[in-house]
Design a protein. Sequence first.
Length: 290
Amino acid sequence: MDAFLDVLWMERGLSRNTLDAYRGDILTLARWQARQGNDLLDVGRDTLLAYMAARLKEGQHARSTARMLSSLRHFYRHVLRTGRIDSDPTALIDTPRLGRTLPHSLTEDEVERLLNAPDPSVPLGMRDRTMLEVLYAAGLRVSELVNLDLAQVNQQQGVVRITGKGGKERLVPLGETALDWLQRYLGEARAEILKGRSCDAVFPSRRGRAMTRQTFWYALKRYAVSAGITRQLSPHVLRHSFATHLLNHGADLRVVQMLLGHGDLSTTQIYTHVARERLKNLHQRHHPRG
């Protein structure tokens, strides 16, 4: 498996998070095979179909199963090329059909309540408030936020330089409010959090290291509760909200595509459905003949 992941990294330049996802998918199948008394390479089409059925029975979503199958396709094609197996067990398995799901986003009022949830009078509260402001203002992925380095921030121009999926770089403006919070945080709170320790991360943890995605996720859930937001919330919901609110206020779809770092416009077009549904609901509620 390590050799397979090395090949993926060298040939396709995949990120560490993507490689970890491949590893997790393969290890999960390996454990399931071990419980059956079989090896990871001792897999046929019927075995994989039984494994997928077991996952669905456990409540796994079709989208998760489709991603898992994609990981296994790449893995078994690799071991077939290296002569470890005689045939690809995924060759005759169809990918589960996926319905088009609309991304969840917060209302502008909910975003405002969430941004106001941290207490900026204490260093960690100011850090968290700034992280939320930057996440919403720039539409970043959570991995892009927690891995943001000081060298990527240009305070004079008010932009951050982000390296996204596939190593693609993009410049994203922060806006006056997020930039103001960032400057206040860098000038007041960051040094207090580090306590003399050295760290390149813009948003270090209390231990003086770059924050993990999980740590920020837990903090976000805590702030959602104090903000009175009852729906399920993840850092990606703020990214969805960023895109949806831009379109609601008249932004061009291609501009949103560039800000999000989407390689394909069709990926961004899903947000037009969200904006259209919201406009229909507003029309029905407020128009006299709605």
